[in-house]
Design a binder for this molecule. Structure first.
Ligand code: PBG
Length: 341
C-alpha cells in the first residue's frame, strides 16, 4: 500500500462533497440584527463607522423590521437614542421612550420577528455610564438595579419578547426577573450579556448611539492616581480581557438568577470563551459580533484588501463553530441573502 493510507483530501474533492460532510452550518433564523432608533419622522440616517447600518425613526423602523423578517432573520435587537440625556437616564424607562415606541411600531408591522431590547443606561445618561453615579463619578450598583428593572418592565409592557440587559451590574438579572414575574410577564425571555468584556471593539457603536467618549475605551490617564473612574471607561463593571474563569462565574450567576439565554461579547477575540461557556452550560449561547468587528471588515473590504462576502461567511462560521447558537451581527441582512443563494 503506497503512503498515505488515509487521504483527507477525498472529502474535499468538490463542493457537494464538502457540503455533505460539513460540521457547521449557518441559519438566518439564529441571527439577530441590531437596529438603532431615533426621535423624529422620516429619519434614515447612515452610521458612518458602520456602512449599511442606519438610525431609524419610529415611523420607518417597522418597515425595516419587515424587510429583515422577510430575509428569514430570527430577531432584531433594539437600541435607542433618546431626545435628551440626563444624569438618571430617565428616557430609558419612559413608557413613551424611543425604544418603547419602536417596539410597538414593530409589533404592529412585523409581528413575525422576535423583538429583543437592550436594557442599559449608557445611551440615556449624560455621563455615559451604564449605571447611576455618585458625585465622585463612581457607578452605584444597587440603586441602578431598580432603574434597570423599571426599564425592562417598560419594554415588556410595550411588547418586547426578549429583554437583554447589557449593563454588567451585579444582580441585575435577578432584579429584572423578579420585576417581570411580579408584573405578570412570566413569558418574557431574558438574554443576559453575561460575559461582556471591556472592549475597544465597541468604538463604532458608541458613535452610533452618541454615547460619551465615542471612541475606544481609553487607557485613562487618571487611573491609578486614586481618582474616580473617568467617564467612558467601563472597566469598573465590564470584564477584564485577561479573565476567562470569571466568565464562567458570570454566566453561572446569570443562569441562577433566571437568564434563559447567555451571551459572550465581543465574539471574535473571545471565541475561546464561547467554547468554554458552550461546554460548561446547557442553556442557549449567544455571541455578539460587535460594531468594531463589523467596521474592520467593511474598512478592509472597502480597500479591496479582503473579499467581503468570503470573509463575512468565514467569520460567522467561526463563531458558530466555537459553539454559539445565536449570532447577533450587523452582517445579518447580507449574510441571510448570501445564504439563500
Ligand atoms: C451597552 C452596549 C454596548 C454595546 C451593546 N450594548 C456598548 C458598550 O458597552 O459600550 C456594544 C455593541 C457593539 O459594539 O456593537 N448598552
Amino acid at each position: 500500500m503506497p503512503y498515505p493510507d488515509e487521504r483527507m483530501r477525498r472529502l474535499r474533492s468538490c463542493e457537494a462533497m464538502r457540503r455533505l460532510v460539513a460540521e457547521t452550518s449557518l441559519d438566518p433564523a439564529q441571527f439577530i440584527y441590531p437596529l438603532f432608533v431615533v426621535h423624529g419622522r422620516g429619519v434614515r440616517e447612515r452610521i458612518g463607522s458602520m456602512p449599511g447600518n442606519c438610525r431609524w425613526s419610529v415611523d420607518l423602523v417597522g418597515e425595516e423590521a419587515r424587510r429583515i423578517a422577510r430575509l428569514g432573520i430570527g430577531g432584531i435587537l433594539l437600541f435607542g437614542i433618546p431626545e435628551t440625556k440626563d444624569e438618571a437616564g430617565s428616557e430609558a424607562y419612559a413608557d413613551d421612550g424611543i425604544v418603547q415606541q419602536a417596539v410597538r411600531a414593530i409589533k404592529d408591522t412585523a409581528p413575525e420577528i422576535l423583538v429583543c431590547t437592550d436594557v442599559c443606561l449608557c445611551e440615556y445618561t449624560s455621563h455615559g455610564h451604564c449605571g447611576l453615579i455618585d458625585d465622585r463619578g463612581r457607578v452605584l450598583n444597587d440603586p441602578t438595579l431598580e432603574v434597570l428593572a423599571e426599564t425592562a418592565l417598560s419594554h415588556a409592557r410595550a411588547g418586547a419578547d426578549v429583554i437583554a440587559p447589557s449593563d454588567m451590574m451585579d444582580g441585575r438579572v435577578g432584579a429584572i426577573r423578579l420585576a417581570l414575574d411580579e408584573a405578570g410577564f412570566v413569558d418574557a425571555v431574558i438574554m443576559a450579556y453575561s460575559a461582556k468584556y471591556a472592549s475597544a471593539f465597541y468604538g463604532p457603536f458608541r458613535e452610533a448611539v452618541g454615547a460619551r467618549h465615542a471612541l475606544p475605551v481609553r487607557l485613562a490617564p487618571l487611573q491609578g492616581q486614586g481618582m474616580p473612574c473617568p467617564y467612558g471607561d467601563r472597566r469598573g463593571y465590564q470584564m477584564d480581557p485577561r479573565a476567562s474563569r470569571q466568565a464562567l462565574r458570570e454566566v453561572e450567576q446569570d443562569i441562577e438568577e433566571g437568564a434563559d439565554i447567555v451571551m459572550v461579547k465581543p465574539a471574535l477575540a473571545y471565541l475561546d470563551i464561547i467554547r468554554l461557556v458552550r461546554d460548561t452550560f446547557d442553556v442557549p449561547v449567544a455571541a455578539y459580533n460587535v460594531s468594531g468587528e463589523y467596521a474592520m471588515v467593511r474598512a478592509a473590504a472597502g480597500r479591496k484588501w479582503v473579499d467581503r462576502r468570503a470573509i463575512t461567511m468565514e467569520i460567522l462560521t467561526s463563531i458558530k463553530r466555537a459553539g454559539a447558537d445565536i449570532i447577533i451581527t450587523y452582517h445579518a441582512p447580507e449574510a441571510a441573502r448570501w445564504l439563500r443563494r
